[in-house]
Design a protein. Structure first.
Length: 101
């Protein structure tokens, strides 16, 4: 899901890639619902359709300043709209380390 070996608090520009399992080429309203380590819930977005190895079943979001502001596990669940259907993809998680770890 993440294109980095290790993720640190404060990382900006990190691609968060979620496999939706169906073609996302025409997906709209892409966002990631995120539960931070302290339990607060936020929305990261907008996301965009994305291909991996020529397969268009993914969505991608690039982290911004303030997104990764806590150390610990982040739960991430994509939400999008596809031709008459709107809903959630599977939840995944990432671990964010403090600096110098």
């Amino acid at each position: 899901m993440i294109n980095s070996n290790k993720i640190y608090v404060g990382d900006v520009g990190l691609a968060v890639i979620c496999n939706i399992g169906v073609q996302t080429t025409y997906a709209e309203n892409i966002e990631l619902k995120v539960r931070k380590p302290d339990g607060t819930e936020v929305i990261w977005g907008p996301g965009e359709p994305h291909e991996v190895g020529g397969v268009p079943n993914y969505v991608r979001y690039i982290t911004k300043e303030g997104d990764l502001d806590q150390r610990g596990r982040y739960k991430i669940q994509p939400k999008l709209k596809l031709s008459g259907w709107e809903g959630y993809g599977e939840t995944d998680d990432i671990r964010v380390d403090g600096r110098y770890r």
